[in-house]
Write a protein that binds this ligand. Sequence first.
Ligand SMILES: [Zn+2]
Length: 297
Amino acid sequence: MTRNKYLLFGFDMETDVGSTSRNYEGVQRGTPEIVRILEKHDVRATFLFTGDCARKNGNILSMIHQRGYEIGCHSLFHEDMGEPSFPTSSQGTVLEEELAHRLELNIAVLKETTGEDPVSFRSPRGFGSNNLMETLESLGFRIDSSYMQSMHLERNFPYMVSPDDWKEAGRGRILELPLLAFDMENVSDNTYQKKLDAWPRIRTHGAEFVFNGMKPIVERQLAEHGMSALTFYLHPWEFFPMPRSIRYSEGVLQYDEFLYKNTGEQQAVELDRFLQMCLEDGYTVIDVRTFLEVFRA
Ligand SMILES: [Zn+2]
């Protein structure tokens, strides 16, 4: 069997319900579910921790590391680190002069447990910038997976970022792994993004929906590049039942359905089925640092 169809999974290790909460129930109780499913299928994945998540969930970080999974970075507190591609309730992008220090702290807290320098990064909400890429490169990162196809629309195949524009291919040293979105013509439900982000549809629409939706993209990549590589992002909080709203002292945060629908057991069932279908169809599932070697070979 030729190994030329790759699936890359990154689990963003952050607080609950889209990192809007202060709680880590998903990290504590969802992560063991994720590991159970990955081990059942004997596949590899990457876990991208915020510094805060790593500091407050040392047991989970150790468990993941001891089982040999790749550990990467996902900012210090899930703050905006690049140019926003959609409006959020956050307080804005961190200052240029803060960026390196925040990432150094993110690296340091992981390294205390793993003893290794992380090479992989995903920016919260997929917000990237040239400055961010330059900073990542200077800190020894080799892989970024922040480019959202659903927002930027152009690229769906991995590329080395250009120092002039991180959304273009060039001679930089960072490998960008675009996050999978489906073409508009293949979907009817496209209410909040121009292309349909593959996340959160394994959970909200089910394994078959995503498996079928990605097929035309895989065919095109195989024809154009002789290989295919699709990158997915998931979160441990999706594997534990999430609330529809959270009351804070100043009011109530009421979530859109896509954030809580089928969180918990159903998500575990769908990921299990999705992996089963993909493996039977000849896909290879590896972590992103291993993919870097494949890409360069
Ligand atoms: Zn995140």
